[in-house]
Design a protein around this ligand. Structure first.
Ligand SMILES: [Zn+2]
Ligand SMILES: [Zn+2]
Length: 142
């Protein structure tokens, strides 16, 4: 089933022809900036399945994991939309808050729990990883 999303103001739209490879919450310090104090919720897609229309601003940084990240957000309304890693060019991370139906994308894992504040709620039903986990492997496709 096709997946669609976009930013708060509607200037950016995103589409995926496929379901995500994984959905995870992340409590790393950078995500706390992006998610206004909470964990970010991230759907990891095969890059080939995702298309984006509209003007994105980009911010490059080196993550706590050591990965070289480019985080993209709407230049008008500031909604975080994408995250990409130089080390993982085969996937693109979409912020679940930017998808049209966030209820469909329940996280199955929570990462960087060591960085969560003492009041941070970590869903005990999710697999928990104290820091950076091994990357999910997309299914090979013809
Ligand atoms: Zn916008
Ligand atoms: Zn994070």
């Amino acid at each position: 089933m096709a997946i669609s999303g976009g930013c708060l103001c509607g200037a950016v739209r995103i589409h995926s022809a496929e379901e995500p490879v994984a959905v995870r919450s992340c409590w790393c310090r950078v995500c706390q900036y992006l998610a206004a104090g909470s964990a970010s919720v991230n759907a990891i897609f095969r890059r080939a399945a995702v298309s984006v229309e509209g003007p994105l601003s980009r911010f490059d940084s080196v993550a706590d994991s050591g990965n070289h990240m480019t985080r993209s957000f709407c230049a008008t309304c500031g909604t975080p939309v994408l995250s990409e890693s130089r080390e993982r060019p085969d996937v693109v991370i979409v912020r679940v808050g930017a998808l049209d139906d966030p209820g469909r994308f329940r996280p199955t894992g929570t990462i960087w729990t060591d960085s969560a504040p003492a009041w941070g709620l970590v869903d005990p039903a999710t697999e928990q990883v104290p820091r950076q986990p091994a990357p999910p492997r997309p299914e090979p496709r013809p």
